[in-house]
Design a protein around this ligand. Sequence first.
Ligand SMILES: [Zn+2]
Ligand SMILES: [Zn+2]
Length: 277
Amino acid sequence: MRGWLVAVLDLVFPALCPACGAALGAGRRDPLCGGCWAGIVRIAPPCCGLCGLPLGDVAPATSGAAGVEPAPGVMAGRPRAAEPPTAAPRRGGEDAGAPRCGPCAASPPPYDYGRAAGVYTGPLREALHAFKFRGRRALAGPLAALAAEQCGARLPGDVEALVPVPLAPARERERGYNQAALLAARLGRALGLPVEPRWLARVRPTQAQSELPAAARRDNVRNAFHAAPAVAGRHVVLVDDILTTGATAAACADALRAAGARRIGVLAVARALGVAL
Ligand SMILES: [Zn+2]
Ligand SMILES: [Zn+2]
């Protein structure tokens, strides 16, 4: 009945993909079309255990990966078979002694491990823009599913809570939602983990990181966050949409550590490449 209704609604009001504008078609992950879902450049091991950077050669940053042979560590256009949404992926597959990329080996980030689901390029980049800046909050569904499918099984088994990266209150009012909180809520359901948005707050306004050169980002967010005493002794995973320079995640991790968090992971939907952390 519901499928029939969706089919009729699609005929009357064709649903268009917010990333590319095409009709959704076969293989769709509403509201993403089948082509965009399949075209996301997924990150799979081997990747840096600290920042999620795929190790080895990386596929060129182009959309439409058709005909491009995926590099090791990157799977393009081969989404894993959909799992029932109620089935929490088995966790505990943490790779002890995980490899590290050069920059992380030289200067490890203040969090204990980082995972990212896909490369910030092509359809994933378009989808994240629509999700973040064009009010397309329904994209939380496929974006969180992507993160759960690619990273859920690679999270340690003793994670106690997901904590979304907070937005400044003024920015959240303006946007109407915090994209990281929407992702964390969906991820929490998919992975069977509690979500604790109140465990981390922004205590001073910052400039949008995207407006700043990489070198200025760390200063921009330094001491911008405060963690609740409840994180003391806990193993928490920060959730964010995009890991670019890692400056925001690092500032959040500093605040969580200062409040006594025992272990801190970072889980992002997308990882930008070619940016030194
Ligand atoms: Zn599309
Ligand atoms: Zn790294």
